[in-house]
Design a protein around this ligand. Structure first.
Ligand SMILES: [Zn+2]
Length: 382
């Protein structure tokens, strides 16, 4: 019998703020926690208070010259663009090292609890998938996922990890970290790099050396929504999950692909996410001996993020939640200045029309899936 779902949480995590006007607002986490608490979900999790990851932990993935550079910027607040510090995406600030290292601490401690026997973990602060070995990138200082997965593989040599990333942006940092590894399969579903940061994640990026066939990319065009997300799950994620038989599932559940999100151009709705999260839960319950580490990621409409991640937690726990927001939660949102919010926890509309026509979106996806099946599936006997 495996233990309760682990939920790393500390008010200290709210200090990850580049600038007041930066889209990665700590209120995303604060309101997610509050909504989950008000709906009673946190009574069924085991909260742990994460510490700051050590330099040794960070060195599991990052180079020492990069860690030195982040430490120097942390002391002075001065930019160092060579390492991605002090760019428009990643403004430099004093204390940036500890702040980033605490996010790593949360994900790494979630991973350690899984290794000790927790069933699942949900780390809403995690998912900094753009951070590279020697460069901060796309709001991400340190790559908590790459570090936690490397830790897992050190503890369980030869084990297999499946990483599924549904953030609107390509999970480039995690893909690069394990591009040549036969132990880690990365699957990223994202808006095409032709029209969105970081400009990578094409179907032909299939892995190198021993890792060929284990880097999987499904780029979609602007306007892709719930029908496409579900088709990708059924046609690509599910068969690869079954064929790979991973010991551990790690998923980046960024919600910036939702139609309300201001930074990307996708049109997912809550029901699409529900189908995917439910599917990941069923498959990880059946297949993954070490369970499921879910992390957050992107999502820039604050109340929308809070309701979706709360919905995901309810699915991970197998708990039903109502569709209405608790009145007190909405009072707090208004007090914090968020007076435009969705009418309920789940979207009413299944399909949202944006950018390309439905026919164009679905034709493009058909071509993409055919290509993925040609380039990747044969490596897995499919
Ligand atoms: Zn994103």
């Amino acid at each position: 019998m495996r233990g309760k779902l682990v939920y790393p949480w500390s008010e200290e995590l709210l200090k990850y703020e580049f600038r007041e006007d930066h889209p990665l607002k700590p209120d995303r986490l604060k309101l997610t926690y509050l909504l989950s608490q008000e709906l009673g979900l946190l009574e069924n999790v085991r909260e742990i208070e994460p510490g700051v990851a050590t330099r040794n932990d960070l060195s599991l993935f990052h180079t020492s010259d990069f860690l030195d550079a982040v430490q120097a910027t942390s002391a002075t607040g001065e930019a160092n663009p060579r390492y991605g510090l002090g760019t428009p995406d990643n403004p430099a600030f004093k204390g940036i090292y500890e702040t980033g290292a605490r996010y790593v601490g949360a994900t790494l401690e979630g991973m350690k609890e899984l290794i000790k026997g927790a069933s699942n973990a949900f780390v809403i602060s995690g998912g900094l998938h753009h951070a590279q070995r020697s460069e901060a990138s796309g709001f991400c200082i340190f790559n908590d996922v790459a570090i936690a997965v490397t830790h897992f593989l050190k503890k369980k040599p030869g084990a297999k990890v499946l990483y599924v990333d549904v953030d609107a942006h390509h999970g480039d940092g995690v893909q690069n970290a394990f591009y040549r590894s036969k132990n880690v399969m990365t699957i990223s579903v994202h808006q095409t790099g032709r029209t969105l940061f970081p400009g990578t994640g094409f179907v032909y990026e299939t892995g190198g050396a021993e890792g060929v066939g284990r880097s999987v990319n499904i780029p979609v065009i602007p306007g892709a929504g719930t029908p496409e997300l579900i088709e990708i799950f059924d046609e690509v994620i599910q068969p690869l999950f079954n064929a790979f038989q991973p010991d551990l599932l790690v998923s980046q559940l960024g919600v910036d692909g939702h139609y309300m999100d201001p930074l990307a151009h996708l049109a997912y709705t809550s029901s699409g996410y529900e189908t995917v999260v439910r599917g990941l839960k069923e498959m990880s319950d059946d297949i993954c001996e070490t369970g499921w580490l879910a992390v957050g990621g992107g999502g820039y409409d604050v109340v929308n993020v809070a309701r979706l991640w709360t919905l995901f937690l309810s699915l991970m726990l197998g708990e039903d939640i109502p569709n209405e927001f608790p009145p007190h939660f909405l009072d707090v949102c208004r007090e914090m200045g968020y007076d435009q919010y969705p009418p309920a926890i789940r979207d009413q509309n299944e399909v949202v029309q944006m950018y390309f026509s439905r026919e164009e979106v679905s034709l493009d996806l058909e071509r993409t899936i055919r290509r993925v099946k040609e380039l990747v599936f044969p490596y897995h006997g499919l």
